[in-house]
Design a protein around this ligand. Structure first.
Ligand SMILES: NC(=O)c1ccc[n+]([C@@H]2O[C@H](COP(=O)([O-])OP(=O)(O)OC[C@H]3O[C@@H](n4cnc5c(N)ncnc54)[C@H](OP(=O)(O)O)[C@@H]3O)[C@@H](O)[C@H]2O)c1
Length: 345
């Protein structure tokens, strides 16, 4: 039995839309119908013409009032995610909202409550979670691929030299921790399937109050410790490695923000036979495994998953409780960086 397609509207002309537009067009039961810009009708018209989008709206309110729109993609600055998610839910629109879902737990709770009350799907567009690499590694670690996880380390950085970028302004929810650090923190929590019990953070602030670099330590009830570093002041770099009681996993492209590349995870673990070496580290005692993922478009999976949740009631890949956990952790890290003291969650 066929379904009418999900008709999408874009709230803003953000650059990230360029990843989602092809995905909305390729999804079998999805149609991109409209774009809205707070920059006014002309900006919306120009964007709609460039991207061949049928309808252009000169305000977000106008798009939300369009009864033929079923779902919106919110690609606004982080500080506006709450306001427009709630407005969209009230208008009866399903919401795919960019990461981080918000910058306080209270905001996440309000957004979740609005979605529940108005009976719409709300999901965070944390694309990494929709990539099979993330899921498969999570499953293998849970099955004991490297024993008990002791340490996870993650780095995500690039040099941001675009004056006026939303990421540099605290009033817009900027900061490297929210933009980049949110990925390693999400990755660690996902791999450990747990929330941290204590965090400690340090930041280097920029002129507009947003951090330019952030380092954090997280402690989990299992005894696992994690570390991350995010920065707008360092060469482009993204890596995660995970050390367990029996081996290690090295993830070369952990956050998967590029489309169409091959990604690899290298796993090694100590083998079953006892080695002669004092520290059982002889090469003969090591088993190695290489996981390769070719040509995956996680943005496509993200849109397909939303469509399945909207049309078929499929479980969301990223439950709101997990988005909430990420925001709670990031907010606690920021609080720690401000006071200099560790924060317990
Ligand atoms: N999932 C990913 O891979 C990924 C990658 C990059 C970014 N993101 C997320 O996507 C969101 C947008 O990031 P982006 O870099 O694409 O943003 P961007 O290019 O800077 O665009 C943000 C858009 O928001 C609208 N806007 C509304 N009020 C604004 C204000 N006060 N100041 C600036 N812009 C305002 C503007 O569109 P109009 O004027 O047309 O309304 C603007 O084009 C963020 O939440 C970010 O974390 C996700």
């Amino acid at each position: 039995m066929g379904h009418a397609p999900v008709r999408w509207g874009l709230l803003s002309t953000a650059r990230i839309n360029e990843r989602l537009i092809p995905a909305m067009r390729s999804a079998p039961r999805s149609e991109l119908l409209a774009v809205a810009s707070q920059g006014g009708r002309d900006k919306a018209d120009r964007y709609a013409a460039t991207w061949n989008i049928p309808r252009a709206c000169g305000s977000y309110e106008e798009l939300l009032a369009d009864r033929e729109i079923d779902a919106v993609y919110i690609s606004l600055p982080n500080s506006l995610h709450r306001e427009w998610t709630i407005a969209a839910a009230r208008a009866g629109k399903h919401v795919l909202c960019e990461k981080p879902l918000a910058t306080t737990v209270a905001e996440v709770d309000e957004m979740a409550e609005a979605a529940r009350r108005h009976g719409v799907v709300l999901q965070e567009a944390v694309m990494m979670r929709f990539h099979p690499q993330t899921r498969e590694l999570q499953q293998r670690l849970a099955a004991g691929a490297i024993g008990d996880i002791r340490l996870v380390r993650g780095v995500f950085s690039f040099n941001l030299d675009r004056p006026g970028d939303i990421r540099l302004d605290a009033a817009l929810g900027g900061g490297s921790i929210w933009d980049l650090g949110s990925y390693p923190v999400s990755f660690m929590r996902t791999m450990l399937r747990a929330e941290p019990v204590e965090v400690h953070g340090w930041h280097a602030l920029g002129a507009l109050g947003a951090d330019l670099s952030f380092a954090g330590h997280l402690r989990f009830a299992s005894g696992a410790m994690t570390q991350f570093f995010s920065s707008f002041q360092a060469a482009p770099f993204a890596q995660v490695d995970i050390l367990g009681s029996k081996g290690q996993a090295i993830v070369d492209v952990p956050y998967l923000n590029k489309v169409g590349i091959s990604t690899q995870v290298r796993i090694w673990r100590t083998g079953a036979s006892r080695a002669a070496g004092t520290f059982s580290d002889s090469p003969a005692n090591i088993e190695e495994e290489l996981l390769t993922f070719d040509n995956v478009n996680a943005y496509q999976n993200e849109v397909d998953s939303m469509v399945a949740s909207i049309l078929n009631g499929a479980e969301p890949v990223v439950p709101l409780s997990e988005s909430r956990g990420n925001v709670a952790t990031l907010a606690a890290l920021c609080a720690s960086a401000q006071t200099g003291a560790a924060v317990r969650l």
